[in-house]
Design a protein around this ligand. Sequence first.
Ligand code: OAD
Length: 244
Amino acid sequence: MSVPTELIQRLGNVKKVTVLTGAGVSAESGVPTFRDAQTGLWAKYSPEELATPRAFRRNPRLVWEWYEWRRKLVADAQPNAAHFALAEMENIFAQFQLITQNVDGLHQRAGSRNVIELHGNIARTKCFEEGRVVSTWKETGDVPPKCPACGGPLRPDVVWFEEAVPEEKIALANEFSTSCDVFFSIGTSAMVYPAASLPLEALESGATLVEINPQSTPLSKKANFVLSGAAGLIVPELVNCLGD
Ligand code: OAD
């Protein structure tokens, strides 16, 4: 797919660009998405059993071990061409804000410096009882391990279903979405709120909305440009065109 000339021209004339990414951006790194019918995590596992505070209370070992498996998968994965191209975009525009729903840290590993991680980071651990971020603990054989400060169980520092995105993060994301000239929604099914409201807010505030996704989403009909295909092909092509 080639990038429309009209979009390249528009991007040549703007200063403020905001990008929202989702699991599709990491799919080509081998990190499974959530909602893809055959390969998505939620096709195999139930979010209610693995990604809620209630699930953790019911079976903390199961939840910890599932996240350990994902943590390892992500640690072994490498950023792909889409991550690298997005890192390059940070140098092209006067103001460039990356907002991600991904917890895999691959944007940062590709060189993005300024990332709002709406759903946390799987490599970080916090105390389930008190929310304190913990970087070291004693390996006593307990699964999950215990918080060195209060003895409560440790959990991944990610946002689960039934939990809220930290207020300061969503406020910042709102600000960058309502004040940008062009908003990209890349590799997200645009179904999980509050992240899914960001492209709509951008559109309402007058931004040009661009979607990059091989499938259509609830956003596709509203977007000004829909680039249908894999992020690992389209985002580098877009960045190349910007350099011409
Ligand atoms: P989803 O799994 O809901 O959607 C992934 C999207 O990526 C789909 O629209 C795919 O069509 C698209 N996709 C697949 N391969 C792609 C590729 N190579 N290039 C571009 N797009 C591709 O993932 P998210 O929208 O990120 O939350 O899901 C949002 C949240 O729901 C996640 O952050 C997670 C999940 O439950 C929490 O864990 C809190």
